[in-house]
Design a protein around this ligand. Sequence first.
Ligand code: COA
Length: 258
Amino acid sequence: MSNILSETQNQVLTLKINRPEKLNALNRETISELGNTLDEAMNNKDIRVIIITGSGNKAFVAGADISEFASFNNQEGKDLARNGQQELFDLIENSTKPVIAAVNGFALGGGLELAMSCHIRVASDNARMGLPEVSLGVIPGYGGTQRLPQLVGRGKANEMIFTAGMMKADEALSYGLVNYVVPQEELLTKAQEIAYKILPNSPKAIEKAIIAVNAGYQSGTNGFDTEIKEFGNCFGTEDFKEGTSAFLNKTKPNFTGN
Ligand code: COA
């Protein structure tokens, strides 16, 4: 059985992590399958927005699969973090298409890190989020020590990491860790609603907006300079010609993403 279930509807690809018996914990196979599926989606012109969620109604992802790394040494630990970051978490953050996490329950450790690598997060009211790694004698390794402070501020991130505690959905909303909290049965509809608001806009411009926003969080990169460069690059695109001429002609633009 596949660890990832895919469904495309109206140019929105929904990926469901499918190991409900292990609360969708991310083993190596699942990370690699999700990475490959996302790679394919990046190259598929018919897909414009991606939603990632978990199977079942209990967990988004309850973390990296602890049974896989319990006997690792230092080097294996480093490799696990580096490979995971490159193969999946950085891939999502730098995706040219918007990725929305629909957090449908526990998002712990690698699960919260997965949600945080997405561009937008929506949570169900039963969601519980945290980075419990120090309770296992390890620290977050899939970007959690970097992305959590970016989203909730350093003080709250430190508290969450040091206490290994779980945040309820409403508190996550109040800290900006998620954009919306909705009843579980409305979660996918809410994520789709956001996706459908994105769809009418220029895919090329969205791609460049992602590059510019991300640049502000990369060391050694000046976000303002990247914004100037990508702003300029927009002027050479067909989407720009389409968007501006449609406005001036009082018609709706039909963007091709070129
Ligand atoms: N890695 C591997 N297996 C995991 C897992 C993980 N991160 N999280 C849950 N599972 C497995 C459990 O071992 C159990 O498997 P089993 O039925 O074969 O024993 C199954 O998923 C169900 O989990 P269980 O612990 O019985 O559910 P619960 O409702 O009692 O508790 C949690 C839910 C999320 C609180 C608990 O599973 C948990 O603490 N998970 C680990 C969270 C974590 O530390 N993540 C960070 C990893 S770096």
